[in-house]
Write a protein that binds this ligand. Structure first.
Ligand code: DHB
Length: 392
């Protein structure tokens, strides 16, 4: 090869490298997935990561000609860290989406950044009603506490529960649950004997349970976040509340599928309301549970997993609609009104609020093939977040 030929070859190789590099950079879409992979909320992170990876395994890593690049970050459930990680993902990684958000304070901490950068913030876990109002770029695939709680109070009224005490974790979703339950029960002629609030971090339920025993309500309504239900149940049993005649009712966060089977017989018969049970009887859910367990050493998916799975579905479908174009306005526009069949049942994104509309199921803990499950026995169809619905 002559020197001239060599230089020509070199030049074309360099050009090729530049083109390929540019094409690769252009054709990838980055999703910054921020989750609590450590700390008190670690089960939420574990479930959502597993679900997001399962979705990608089943649906491929290429959408509308773009390669999907999932970047996972651990915020340990600390909102300051969530915010810093979101900033880095926006500025350094140039993510097209921010997703995850294990707890309400983390979702809220990122809202101003999503607004400023016009990056969609897909909330896959957190459940305080107000979150979607914190930025026009927020969309939610989890649930809201009032959405899950109002049907619980309605069920209580229909089933002879007249006097109740509420016990909730003392932060956004707990306060939402307390208010929704108390207002609905009172409006229906019931009475609230006490509103007990337990710290979110390292809770000790014992003194609060003693109070419940003293107040002697017909029922105790409980919300604790995913990951804390087993400790609550243990202390409920230790305090002898299971034999006190006080009926335990709760949102499905307490009888969380991630922990339920380890709670023991104390959980049997507990009635709860929620948007997802691993026992949901549909072909879509059977396939989801089977694939999820297979990919994760037999781990049972919980409601957090389904929020992550559907969040990925929403991202993929939005990209298909925009033909791979990114930019918050186009993507959020594409997401509004989107409807599909989730493992939890039919769901859609409310075009007015960007919040999820879904069925809420009334369930009872039963033993099925030797394992504890939330068995659904009533469906309240197409529930919107009642707080935002009431404001209109
Ligand atoms: C939130 C967290 C949870 O783990 C849960 O089950 C419900 C709500 C939250 O912080 O919004």
């Amino acid at each position: 090869m002559s020197a001239r030929q060599f230089l020509k070859l070199l030049a074309s190789l360099v050009a090729l490298a530049i083109c390929t590099g540019a094409a690769a950079a252009q054709s990838s879409v980055k999703i910054g997935l921020i989750l609590p992979m450590t700390g008190q909320q670690a089960s939420t992170g574990r479930q959502i990561e597993a679900a997001a990876r399962l979705f990608m395994q089943q649906n491929g890593t290429s959408v509308a000609g773009k390669t999907i690049d999932l970047i996972l970050k651990d915020d340990a459930g600390t909102p300051d860290v969530t915010k810093r990680l979101a900033q880095e993902l926006i500025v350094n990684d140039k993510v097209a989406f921010l997703a995850g958000f294990g707890i309400t304070p983390s979702a809220l901490a990122v809202a101003p950044l999503a607004t400023q950068a016009k990056v969609p913030e897909v909330v896959m876990a957190a459940g305080t009603s107000i979150i979607t109002q914190a930025s026009p770029y927020i969309v939610r695939t989890s649930f809201t506490l009032p959405q899950a709680t109002v049907p619980m109070a309605e069920w209580a009224l229909k089933n002879g529960i007249k006097k109740a005490v509420t016990l909730v974790s003392n932060y956004g979703p707990g306060l939402d649950a307390e208010k929704a339950f108390s207002e609905t029960l009172t409006k229906g002629g019931g009475q609230i004997l006490g509103n007990l609030k337990v710290p979110l971090a390292n809770p000790d339920f014992s003194p609060f349970l003693q109070k419940v025993a003293d107040l002697k309500p017909d029922a105790l309504f409980v919300f604790v976040p995913s990951g804390s239900g087993a400790l609550f149940m243990k202390q409920f049993l230790e305090r002898g509340l299971d034999k006190s005649g006080v009926r335990l009712i709760c949102t499905g966060d307490v009888t969380d599928d991630d922990q339920l089977n380890g709670m023991g017989d104390v959980a049997l018969g507990v009635v709860s309301t929620h948007h997802y049970s691993a026992a949901h009887d549909s072909p879509e859910n059977k396939a989801f549970v089977e694939a999820f367990k297979k990919a994760n050493n037999g781990m049972r998916p919980n409601f957090m997993a389904v929020g992550g799975y559907d969040g990925m579905h929403l991202i993929y479908e939005a990209l298909k609609k925009t033909n791979g174009a990114t930019g918050g306005d186009a993507l959020i526009g594409a997401m509004k009104g989107m409807a599909w069949t989730s493992p939890r049942g039919p769901i859609s994104i409310d075009p007015e609020t960007r919040d999820i509309i879904q069925n809420i199921y009334v369930r009872k803990v039963e033993k099925v093939n030797g394992e504890l499950y939330n068995v659904e026995f009533e469906t309240v169809p197409n529930v919107k977040d009642p707080v935002k619905a009431a404001k209109k």
